[in-house]
Each structure stands twice: as structure tokens, then as C-alpha cells.
Design a protein around this ligand. Sequence first.
Ligand code: AMP
Length: 425
Amino acid sequence: MIKSPRGTRDLLPPDTALWNFVEATVRDVFRAYNFHEIRTPIFESTELFARGVGEETDIVSKEMFTWEDRGRAESDKGQSLTLRPENTAGIVRAYIEHKLWERGLNKFFSIGPMFRRERPQKGRYRQFYQIDAEVIGPASAGSQSPARDAEILELLATLLDRVGITGWTLELNSVGCPADRTKFNEALRNALAPVVDKMCADCQRRAVTNPFRVFDCKVPEDQPIIATLPTIAHFLDDACRAHYKEVKQILNAVEIPYTENPRLVRGLDYYTRTAFEFTHGGLGAQNAILGGGRYDGLSEALGGPPAPGIGFAIGEDRLVLSLPASAESVVRQPDVYIAPLGPGMNREAARLARELRRHDLVVELGDESFRLKKSFEAADKIGSRYILIVGENEVAANAFALKHLASGEQVTIPRAELAQKLLSK
Ligand code: AMP
């Protein structure tokens, strides 16, 4: 038997109804905040991620699905391509390529699959889905303002509330600007020197290349050491400190609760200032539903104009896993199973189904070869509310037997009143 590749999965009904509910809700929220959808390719040139995400990150150094194009055209040959592991770089590339600032476009969202070769476990897959949003633009458009950071965080709180997720925690930090980090890295190097040989191999490497990354470490044995390291808060310059303070003050004003986590850093190189994560207790080890932050230098790193930005990526798989049980009410059962009884009845049944579906009713259509008992079994199996019998007598009278399956109550209803009856719950 051929199975789906390791780390991938099929999303099956009825779960797909939950996914659609989440996506429809999220689209509504984005509309209210004037975000516009952007759809970028699922693969990009490898260089985009090497530059945009950072060669040293785990994502780029170990997790990407990369191949060399075998295209016949000279221009394709040997080009290195990669399935996107995240979408901020792709969106910023599109922003630069189409000069979207000239059209006054600066708030984008996208929904789609991402690919990382990670060790699969609950809530961690090799193909997973992200809901991304990015606010990016020239500084003259205010894209650097702490008001944008706070608005993004308030949007996220609204979005989680709207899909019914409670009990989340917003963890917040400021990772400062590159100059702050140079000073901080120096201090970290010194602090790590006497202890690093007790840490994991990745941390030993990070301590040399980019000590800041040590905070990304998830190895439990390393955590007590990490807890003793200095934090970035003491190294922020005045402007970064003021920015962070204003973000927090707006959050207080709009009553969004947050917890400061001075050890929260994001795995990607281009983050500056605000960094955040929303976690949810119900998820177990992979408890981050979403993460994001500000990336003021990214556009320039990709060859574009200065364009400060802030964005986030929600793990849609984890969002769906965090939904309350009540969300299952979005799975819509059929309203009626139409049971044609006897030869020639398929035609009448098809006409009735067409009429009822025009009223936005969910209709399942049987077959005239089924006996009544088999029709009842079929209606039961799909969880239909009603069964409608279409036999010769009913057609002649233009009135049909309609049985409510849960109560067993049966009535005869004139054709013209059927839709109304089925619409009333
Ligand atoms: P990141 O792009 O690493 O900041 O991740 C943003 C969000 O995407 C995380 O908070 C997770 O919810 C989700 N995510 C990241 N990697 C995976 C994965 N391998 N499987 C499922 N969800 C993931």
C-alpha cells in the first residue's frame, strides 16, 4: 500500500469543515483590519530563504526541501529551488518585485502550506499550513510605528476570540536593533564561555557563530543554564526601549493581556524590536500556536528599499487542534435524504433536489433501486435530519411524506411548503 510521505497527512472530512470555518473567520477578521490577500508561489529560489531567513538558522541549514532544476532552457539549468519553509520572505520578495508601495498596498495576508524537514510529532509536520500576515511599507507611511505592532497583537487576540480559542498566553519581548544585539552578543559570549561545554552540540556551535540563538534551544538539560544568561532588556538603546514601552501601553489601553518573556527570541535572523508568540496549554510540547515580530531590515537584505515591517505566522494545524469541542457544530449535516421509490422516480427526485438546493438546503439524493429499508439506513448513516419519500402516489398528489429521523415523526407536506418546513429547525 502506498502511504502519504512521512510528516504529511490527509485532512479528511469532517475536520476539513473546521479548517474552512477557521479560514472563513480569519478572512472576516482580516477584512475588518483592511488586510488584502496575496498568493505567492509554493517554491522560490533557494537564495531567497538563504538571505531572507538566514543561512545559520535550523530552517535553512537542515530543514529545507531543496532541489536543482532540470529545466531544458539554459536559464533554468542548475537553478536551486526550495519549497517555502515560511512565507514572510516570499511576500517581501513580491512587495519588492511589484513595487507594491507605489500602489499604496501595505497590509497583506496569505494562507497556505509550508514545508520543513522536521522530526514529525503531534502538532509538527513536514507539510503544515500557515496563516500569515505582514504589514510593510516606507517609514513615511508609519510602518515603523509601535501602533502597528500593537494593532497586529490586538488583531490576533480578536482572531483567537472569534474562532473560540480561550486560555492563550501572549508572550512579548523586544530584541532591539542590530547595534543592541552586537553588544548583547558580546556579553553572551562572555557568559557562555565557562558553561558552554555542558550544553548541547547546537548551542556549542551557536556560542561561536551567533550566541543570541542559544535562546532558541529546546533541549531540557540546557534550560537551567539558559536561565542564568543575561537578557537583552539591559542592552536596548533609548529608541528601542521607548518603542517597546509604547507597544505595551497601547496593549494596556485596549486591554490585551500579555506576559513579558525576556528570553523570547525568534528563530529568524531578520527580526528587530518586537517579538512575540501566542501559546496554548492544550497543545503539549509544541505549544506555540503562532509567532511573529518586527523585521525592519528584511526588505533591504533582499535588495529592496527601506521598508520596516511586522508580521506573524499562525500554525493553522495547531490552531485547529486548539479549537474547543463546541466548534464541531460547524460541521453541517444533510438536511434531507431524498428517497425515490420505484422505477421512474429518479427523475422526480432530481427535480425536488434541485428545488430544495436552491434554498441552500443540504440534500443527499438516493436511488430508485433502493428499497425503503435501505434508504432509511443510508439516511441514518450520513446523519440526515429528514428523509423524504418520493413514490408514485406522492408524485400524483404533489405532496410528500417527510419523516424526522430522530423523533420518528412523519407528516405529509405539499411540494410548495417543503423548503419552508425543512428550513425551520
Ligand atoms: P515559525 O515560522 O517557525 O515562527 O512558526 C510559526 C508557527 O507555525 C508556529 O508557532 C507553529 O504554530 C507553526 N509551525 C512551525 N513549524 C511547524 C511544523 N513543522 N508543523 C506544524 N506547525 C508548525
